[in-house]
Design a protein around this ligand. Structure first.
Ligand SMILES: Nc1ncnc2c1ncn2[C@@H]1O[C@H](COP(=O)(O)OP(=O)(O)O)[C@@H](O)[C@H]1O
Ligand SMILES: Cc1cn([C@H]2C[C@H](O)[C@@H](COP(=O)(O)OP(=O)(O)O)O2)c(=O)[nH]c1=O
Length: 210
């Protein structure tokens, strides 16, 4: 028996199709009566958006990246996510901590234990619980396909300039997080057409009563 998810994160390597499907997902949730707050990471508050600019466009090592994204996440949780959840809203977040484990951990080789410690510190929720998304929708796609789609679409930022090996590691990082939390993760095979991917997404939401 699943319960209605109110904190939903969207994940996947760059170019997997997250942005393409967020509007329809938002509409679906709203049509079901949810008051939806759309947000993103890195970012989501004024401070965190400034940190996002640094992380995406300045050179730094993996630990510095991880510290900055977790600092932004702390601000985002305290100022936006926790108040919205407490007010009964549904939070739809374009990336969250799984991205840190995938990009800084698997991609950049940061110690996963260090990331897990930061996760514990930053995501202390009400009553001492670890705040995690209720549902994580993972758009999974081979990196070569994602690179083709990105090349046709936009200029690359620091992460998008990485080679296919980097994105293979990031993809494996998502797979490991999904295997560790199978009830939270819903994997979408993002290699089909936009309509095929949308149909899978509808099925995932229907299975969770949304
Ligand atoms: N299923 C699909 N088939 C082909 N192209 C797609 C598909 N889904 C998205 N795209 C295109 O691929 C590019 C990257 O998609 P986007 O939604 O921006 O990915 P993300 O937000 O995950 O980085 C966009 O140009 C988008 O139009
Ligand atoms: C949340 C997060 C994102 N990232 C990276 C993944 C993406 O390459 C980048 C920005 O994500 P995203 O917002 O998906 O980029 P875009 O607006 O180009 O679609 O930040 C991390 O490296 N660590 C993190 O913790």
């Amino acid at each position: 028996m699943s319960f209605y998810p109110r904190f939903i994160s969207i994940e996947g390597i760059d170019g997997a199709g997250k942005s393409t499907h967020i509007a329809a997902l938002t509409e679906r949730l709203a049509a079901g009566g949810a008051k939806v707050l759309n947000t993103r990471e890195p970012g989501g508050t004024e401070l965190a958006e400034r940190l996002r600019e640094l992380v995406l466009h300045s050179g730094m090592d993996g630990l510095t990246e991880a510290l900055l994204v977790f600092a932004g996440r702390r601000d985002h949780l305290q100022r936006v996510i926790e108040p919205a959840l407490a007010a009964g809203q549904t939070v739809l977040c374009d990336r969250f901590t799984d991205a840190t484990f995938a990009y800084q951990g698997a991609g950049r080789g940061m110690d996963l234990q260090v990331l897990a410690t930061l996760e514990q510190w930053v995501q202390q929720g009400p009553r001492g619980l670890l705040r995690q998304p209720d549902l994580t929708i993972w758009f999974d796609l081979p990196p070569a396909t994602a690179a083709q789609r990105r090349a046709a679409a936009r200029e690359a930022d620091r992460f998008e300039q990485q080679d296919l090996d980097f994105f293979e590691r990031v993809r494996a990082g998502y797979a490991a997080r999904a295997a560790a939390a199978p009830a939270r993760f819903a994997r979408i095979d993002a290699s089909g057409t936009v309509d095929e991917v949308a149909a899978q997404l509808r099925a995932v939401m229907e299975a969770r009563g949304c």
